[in-house]
Design a protein around this ligand. Structure first.
Ligand code: ADP
Ligand code: MG
Length: 462
């Protein structure tokens, strides 16, 4: 991986790390909400800042996890703007708390591997490989496409567009492609970068009049892995540059892989401009993992870190934390940290305590929740869904509700019929079959169903 692809310009340091950090905090205050700022960021301090690497001390290990997960990209953006370079940031629990954990066996190790040490633009994260990526129904197609691209960059699906919710493994897959492609084709020129980093670089290039270098950095690549392109929404200038880079690479048959937290169709400008090129490419999505996959992921993480995670505890965590793999890892980290405080085993009881604060009190997920959600989405009354009005909009909403009751709540046809105002089971079967068909033939319905499913699941747990 050519590290020299990374433009890092040294600016003369005139301020101390503490002063710089104070400025960072001042900017962050404006970017993140007041409550989040007061709870998490205000109590931090910078312990060192050198050679593009910043170490921040935070009150406890849990705060370290939280800040890394929620504020890292804001912190890096502000730091880059202030220091003129892309910094890696790591978080360290203050010594008082750390000593409490000093007897920890797996806790520190696990934490150190889970807080993703941010990857400077251009570098690949060696830990994110296909081997460490657990495949289930929800990500099988995306993973297969990614493997294909890694085996034959520029020759199979170009561009590859991977989309899915937060914490579902998009960044992991992107690095896996890069790592695998380099393993198979040693001289490949590969670059990983996030759209946000590209933005910072572009601003710097404009300010410093170094647009040519900026362009050249991308021009000669064989494989560009561009993460989080939803960041481009509303940033006209950045879009221009990205399309310029993309077109140049595409014309040279270089491979481009994009990730996004939403389908291209929901990013209209991107959709429009990529449309002609997407014909030669492939769009794949990653859905929230099913229970089995979540358990497998937890077991793999535990094994990697050599902690004993009993099956029932893994299943318990996987049942409570459903929609993000990052949240799943966070839950495990917290459990391991608690267990290691007084060398307790990872029991279900301890997991209950560990998850109490981080998983919101469960809202009942039942047929009423489905009716309420669907009524809101279709802008009709809840009573209409249970009633007998037969306008097109209401009929569709009713069918969507039945479909969700079946696929998300796994209710019986009879129960669904009863909850939907006394319909018989053939009506329910008809609704489910129709929705299955429509999802394939009508992208809007497909996207609505996906959104509703993930909203239903996330209303229950992170
Ligand atoms: P995204 O980019 O979609 O927000 P990430 O790729 O950063 O998500 O994934 C979040 C965390 O979950 C990472 O630590 C990643 O290694 C882990 N992860 C995601 N998907 C999988 C998977 N299928 N198998 C193992 N770990 C996974
Ligand atoms: Mg990501």
């Amino acid at each position: 991986m050519p590290d020299n692809q990374v433009t890092q310009t040294e600016v003369p340091k005139t301020t101390s790390p503490e002063e710089t950090w104070r400025e960072v905090l001042a900017s962050l205050q404006a970017r993140v909400g007041r409550e989040g700022f007061e709870t998490w960021l205000a109590p931090t301090r910078c312990v060192s800042m050198s050679a593009g690497s910043v170490v921040v001390e935070v009150p406890n290990p849990f705060a370290a996890d939280w800040i890394a997960q929620h504020y890292l990209s804001d912190i890096r953006t502000v730091l880059a703007a202030l220091t003129g370079r892309d910094c890696s940031v790591s978080f360290r629990a203050s010594p008082v708390h750390e000593s409490g954990l000093s007897a920890a066996t797996g806790a520190q190790r696990l934490r150190s591997s889970v807080i993703t040490e941010p990857v400077p633009a251009g570098r690949l994260q060696p830990r994110y490989t296909f081997e460490s990526f657990i495949v289930g129904e929800a990500n099988r197609f995306a993973c297969a496409a990614a493997r294909n691209v890694a085996a034959q960059p520029g020759r199979s699906f170009n561009p590859l567009f991977i989309y899915g919710g937060v914490g579902l493994g998009k960044t992991h897959l992107l690095h896996a492609i890069g790592n695998e492609a380099l393993r198979l084709h040693t001289n490949l020129r590969v670059l990983y970068t996030a759209a946000e980093t590209l933005f910072v670089e572009l601003i710097q290039a404009i300010e410093r009049n170094t647009r040519i270098q900026f362009k050249n950095k991308y021009r000669g690549l064989d494989l560009l892995l561009l993460d989080d392109v939803h960041y481009l929404v509303g940033k006209e200038r950045l879009q221009e540059e990205v399309f310029h880079i993309f077109n140049t690479l595409h014309d040279a048959s270089s491979q481009v892989v994009f990730t996004s937290d939403r389908p291209a169709i929901d990013i209209p400008t991107i959709e429009e401009r990529l449309a002609s090129r997407l014909g030669s490419g492939l769009v794949v999505d990653i859905q929230p993992p099913d229970l089995e996959t979540r358990v497998a992921i937890l077991k793999q993480k535990a094994q990697l870190e050599q902690v004993q995670l009993p099956d029932d505890t893994a299943t318990y965590i996987a049942t409570r934390v459903r929609t993000s793999i990052r949240a799943l890892e966070g839950a495990l980290v917290r459990l391991v940290a608690m267990a290691s405080l007084d060398s307790r085993p990872l029991t279900v009881q301890l997991a209950e305590v560990a998850l109490r604060d981080i998983v919101p009190a469960e809202q009942p997920l039942d047929h009423r929740a489905v009716v309420a959600l669907v009524a809101k989405e279709f802008d009709i009354q809840e009573s209409d869904i249970r009633g007998s009005i037969r306008t097109k909009q209401v009929v569709l909403a009713r069918q969507v509700a039945m479909y969700l009751m079946r696929t998300v709540l796994q209710l019986s046809l009879k129960q669904i019929g009863a909850f939907i105002g006394g319909k018989d089971h053939t009506t329910v079967i008809h609704a489910i079959e129709k929705l299955e068909r429509l999802q394939v033939t009508d992208p809007n319905i497909g996207s609505t169903i996906r959104t509703l499913k993930s909203r239903l699941l996330s209303s229950r747990a992170p």
